[in-house]
Design a protein around this ligand. Sequence first.
Ligand code: FNR
Length: 362
Amino acid sequence: MEVTNVCEYEELAKKKLPKMVYDYYSAGAEDQWTLKENREAFSRILFRPRVLVDVTKIDMTTTVLGFKISIPIMIAPSAMQKMAHPDGELATARAAASAGTIMTLSSLATCSVEEVNATGPGIRFFQLYVYKDRNIVRQLVRRAEKAGYKAIALTVDTPRLGRREVDIKNKFTLPPNLTLKNFENLDLGKMDKANDSGLAAYAASQVDQSLSWKDVKWLQTITSLPILCKGIMTAEDTRMAIEYGAAGIIVSNHGARQLDYTPATITCLEEVVKEANGRVPVFLDGGVRRGTDVFKAIALGASGIFIGRPVLYGLAVDGEAGIKNVLKMLRNELEMTMALSGCTSLEDITRDRVLTESDKIR
Ligand code: FNR
């Protein structure tokens, strides 16, 4: 049966993947209220379509940090993709490149920065967790630079790993045939399997809980790559990020895997966009599953969005072809949404094209 939308891949992936892996990919933190809300908040935003516009030609191209991409839909970093499919992050890199968009590689990938780079040309960002041992951070950043990555996405919402209760119940660990490839030569590649949840133990022991704004400045002393702060949800932190030299902001609640009962990212987007006031681009991830969601995020001021789980589910079901299909479906849906609401370029997707709960009924 033909897959006709992105959400169907989740059902198919659930059937195909071992329970421990599906649970790890799909889970949110604690009550998973934010997980549901990331989706539901999109459904409360409605359109104000314009008609009788010539939409024979629709341009979805845009520029991110100076790099031209074919669609405003990029790939968020997600850990351990080889659990989904033997090709893992290599398939993701190939699918992103063939769709003409950006892939972000996780620090916790099961393929190294160099292996991903060796898949061929493509625009790639490297996601960074900051570890207590700053030499590790220096090495990771240097390797990413050398391998041609174009930006660092610094994850700022994970001083500790959120509590995902299914992972605790499943005693989640990375399967023994896989390693965290970026750490292979750093003697950190194996997680402590004796503990409750191997990943939690690993992350808890290595991630630097003291990470603070001054480290954003420090990072700029060890790299010339632009730094995106990933995981900002408020105007206050937007101000700080810009003050401390961030080149862009990703509004994210980590796919609802960190602090439960944060609002949906789409609910926080406008606050951040207003504060940024055009000084740096603002991106969003969390719950984007439809072209209409992409349109709504752009109307509320995002310069582009990232998708997380849909990539993992597409990869699990059909490898590189599955991810390509996810990107294609979202692309087609965005194009259709633009056509049916009278927009021929992303610049046409202005604030007055949507109606949010905070708008008065006109
Ligand atoms: C993530 N995410 C994530 N973020 C990050 O900065 N580093 C990482 O290693 C990971 N790993 C990871 C694993 C899995 C299984 C998931 C689902 C997510 C968060 C990710 O980058 C992104 O913020 C969310 O996934 C976006 O939400 P959606 O699209 O999954 O709803």
